[in-house]
Design a protein around this ligand. Structure first.
Ligand code: NIG
Ligand code: FE
Length: 407
């Protein structure tokens, strides 16, 4: 790996700035961890090029990818459940029989913090190798105060202790209201009380959660229960998100929007009123084509309505052991187009600018002067190619916080 250099210069590149393509010949100058200049190559001055390390010409530069919805920390795997579903068993049916999320809960509870860290590292490495510079990681497979905090600590450690060897920004989300643990099988409200009165305060006190998520669904929690979680999050100064309208339309996305949610995710069953509520609140619609594919869902998310109402669309892997055991963000660009008919431009914006917005981050996910230099340099001629072909090996350079981390 080359020695860190304070000024890095790319010339004659095509830029995808997070929203649109700026055709070659463009230039990007990175200095002190930030994007110091973005201009036509011909507009570079001697002061720009003096003492700058020449990082090469050609190719496409995008913001570092932002994977804004993952469940990367978990114990075990669900290969057996995958096989059962192929034989016809339903996702909800398996969950109701105590499998699904709860089987991962058993394996995650049984694992130590170090074991979870070791299990997660290769998955995170796969995301990083595919261009991710910011990743959100949820808890939700612990479902006790101690086990949820354990998961969040693992997520935090992945972003800190490994710094340098795994250069990636981790954003953590407490998803205590993911499934009902067996200890509370007759007392959903009691479990929600635990989430609100103990889990959220503990995670907030230790600074372990950047946001709070819920699973609003028949097999999980009702809108009224989710609302109690949102209120508790607000009392602790935490923004909220929701898994909503994944299997049915309960109005979870609109509820989340009314609580100022950063995003509502999945949303295949979202109706026009829900889209309208999200538009009003500026809530991002995070589409998860990996879960749609894996669960062989047929209800498409309301992409046309989202466009009409101007709701920003993010795309994420939803990387998890059950509904989306897919750890390849660039595959999601393709699936978002092939399955949801997003344009390649929309898909790329979904994994850059809008992904960052879904995490409440204003300093990454876009290429503009003054922002953090989190960048990917790709061996392709046009940004569209990134969504068109599913082809590992095209990431030429990866820049995290202004430093080359892959060359
Ligand atoms: O985003 N919808 C609920 N939660 C996850 C699935 C987690 C799992 O199946 O383990 C999701 O699809
Ligand atoms: Fe999820």
């Amino acid at each position: 790996m080359p020695a860190p250099h304070s000024r890095l210069l790319w010339r004659d590149v095509t830029i995808f700035d997070g929203q649109q393509e700026l055709p070659a010949p463009m230039a990007v100058l990175v200095e002190n961890g930030h994007i110091a200049k973005l201009c036509r190559t011909g507009a570079l001055t001697a002061a720009d090029t003096d003492d700058a390390r020449d990082m090469g010409c050609g190719g496409v530069i995008t913001p570092g990818l932002v994977d804004c919805h993952t469940h990367l920390v978990f114990g075990g795997n669900r290969a057996d459940e995958f096989a059962l579903r192929l034989e016809g068993a339903g996702y909800a049916e398996i969950a109701q029989a105590g499998g699904g999320i709860l089987s991962t809960v058993r394996a995650t509870r049984a694992a130590s913090e170090d074991e979870l860290l070791a299990a997660t590292l290769p998955r995170l490495t796969a995301l990083v190798a595919d261009g991710v510079t910011t990743v959100e990681i949820k808890s939700g497979y612990g479902l006790t105060v101690a086990d949820e905090l354990k998961m969040l600590r693992v997520a935090r450690r992945l972003g800190q202790a490994q710094h340098g060897s795994l250069p990636v920004r981790i954003v953590t989300t407490l998803l205590g209201a993911h499934a009902l643990p067996p200890e509370y099988s007759d007392d959903k409200d009691g479990y929600i009380r635990l989430v609100c009165d103990e889990m959220i305060p503990a995670a907030a006190a230790e600074g372990l959660a950047d946001a709070v998520d819920v699973f609003c669904e028949g097999i999980a929690f009702s809108p009224a229960q989710c609302e109690r979680v949102f209120d508790a999050a607000a009392r602790h100064g935490l923004r909220v998100k929701a898994h909503a309208e994944q299997l049915s339309n309960l109005g979870g996305a609109a509820l989340a929007a009314r609580h100022g949610a950063l995003s509502a995710d999945h949303i295949e069953y979202l109706d026009e009123a829900g889209v309208h509520a999200m538009a009003e609140a500026g809530t991002v619609a995070t589409l998860l084509p990996g879960a749609y594919l894996t669960l062989r869902e047929t209800q498409l998310p309301p992409v046309e309505a989202l466009r009409r109402h101007g709701v920003p669309i993010a795309i994420a892997t939803d990387a998890n052991p059950g509904s989306s055991p897919l750890f390849m963000p660039t595959l999601m660009l393709n699936l978002a187009c092939s399955l949801f008919r997003l344009t390649p431009r929309e898909a790329l914006a979904g994994m850059t600018a809008n992904g960052a917005r879904a995490l409440g981050l204003a300093d990454t996910g876009r290429i503009a002067e003054g922002l953090r230099a989190d960048l990917c340099v790709w061996d392709v001629a046009r940004p569209t190619e990134l969504a068109y072909a599913v082809q590992p090996g095209r990431l030429r350079q990866r820049v995290f916080n202004g430093e080359i981390t892959h060359d």
